[in-house]
Design a protein around this ligand. Structure first.
Ligand SMILES: *[C@@H]1O[C@H](CO)[C@@H](O)[C@H](O)[C@H]1NC(C)=O
Ligand SMILES: *[C@@H]1O[C@H](CO)[C@@H](O)[C@H](O)[C@H]1NC(C)=O
Length: 169
């Protein structure tokens, strides 16, 4: 049996694994972003009511860090894997937009509790963590698709920048 024949199923497994790990991480971050959106949307403005928001906000940072670690350990993506990651990135970009739009709408309530500076700090932390995660994921994308990957990340970056400006005084 030829060596390449022996290795073919292995590389297939590696590809599916790579696709799975990065996509799964993005899906987790996406789910957490939507949970944060829910928490902010259902918040009436009480101090105790901020607890679920703080929890979701902390969880999201945690899952971004975990995603970065997972992506670092992932083998490079092939074209098919990169497409899967691209789709997951677009879904995430949509959720980040919705979540941050909801967060901006709730700013007057955060202002009343003097919590806006804390939200601002965490938005900056989340933006930095997302940038780091994106860099690691882009390194795993085939070189010819990296410019496209950069484009897909841009709306996420822009959404954070937009929200950070709104929370800045
Ligand atoms: C901001 O993030 C830190 C670290 O994840 C967390 O401990 C803190 O509760 C968060 N604060 C808010 C207001 O979400
Ligand atoms: C969300 O997307 C819309 C439409 O592209 C854009 O106008 C808006 O600024 C975005 N909001 C955030 C917070 O990114």
């Amino acid at each position: 049996m030829k060596l390449t024949t022996l290795l073919a199923p292995l590389s297939l497994v590696a590809t599916v694994f790579a696709q799975g790990v990065i996509e799964q991480s993005l899906t987790t971050v996406n789910e957490q972003a939507l949970e944060l959106q829910q928490a902010v949307e259902s918040w009436k403005g009480s101090f105790l009511g901020t607890l679920p928001i703080i929890k979701e906000s902390t969880d999201i940072l945690d899952s971004i860090h975990k995603g970065t670690k997972a992506a670092k350990g992932s083998p490079p993506l092939d074209v098919l894997g990169a497409i899967g990651v691209a789709v997951a990135t677009q879904t995430l970009a949509q959720s980040v937009n919705t979540t941050l739009t909801t967060l901006i709408a709730a700013k007057p309530k955060f202002d009343k509790l003097l919590l806006s500076p804390a939200i601002l700090i965490n938005l900056s932390l989340q933006k930095a963590a997302t940038t780091k995660m994106s860099e690691v994921i882009i390194e795993k994308v085939p070189v010819e698709l990296q410019p496209t990957a950069q484009e897909l990340i841009k709306p996420i970056d822009a959404a954070f920048e937009f929200a950070i400006q709104r929370f800045h005084f």
